[in-house]
Design a binder for this molecule. Sequence first.
Ligand code: CA
Length: 274
Amino acid sequence: MRNSASKTMLDIDACVLTHVGNVRTNNEDSVRLVRPNGEEVLASHGVLTVLADGMGGHEGGELASSLAVEALARAYYHADAAPGDALEQALREASLEIYAASREDAALRGMGTTCVAAAICEDQLWWAWVGDSRLYLLRGGQIYRLSEDHTVVHEMVQRGLLTDEEAFEHPDRSVLSRALGSRAEVEPSAADYPIQLNPGDRLLLCSDGLHDLMTDAEMASLAVEPEVQVGAKALLQAALDRGGFDNVSLALLEVCIRTPGARPPVITREFAIQ
Ligand code: CA
């Protein structure tokens, strides 16, 4: 364990991007970074990044993903539980809320969304997810996938019926086996224990509009640009250059050392680049 003096030194730089892509007319992704003011909140529940990729008709997908990020953030910061349990609880509550909304309007029936959430609490990373939006850790030149897709195709990989390469090309690779809000109940996946973060570690959250178009190694090579803003834009641009068939969303975070009196952390929220 680190001592408490070093724990308070960590902070983050972040760049959050979401883009409609080259083909779709609406953006059904939602992404949000929440950094509450106040040391007490930061110490207990930290900085939350949440990304959701909705589905279910023109209005449904947009609504489902925006409800997910809002409901998840609200439930997470109000949960009287440790961060890992709070994230799982918040995903369940978000699912109930989306499902309830879908029952009120026939046009919204069947809407649902993926959702991946990462909480940085002092120097610990907690995470949980439903669906195929992903979380990666970039450390020491390596990229580690911290989430496992809830897709039918990935389950076939786990059972040894397909290889990773076959899954990457599979026409049904986006068919989800779990989603938030499609039914009232959902079983989230979550980290069993937190990862200890070090300065220089980066986190990447992204929708399939990005990871469907490039390998993990390709993403890693773009995400290591010296500034997170540059890295995030390079990832988005690469997805657009490769067709941008889907909405593209990502959040790239870097753990840095907070020096008293130094510049505040850089957190960019942009909705589009040209
Ligand atoms: Ca998508």
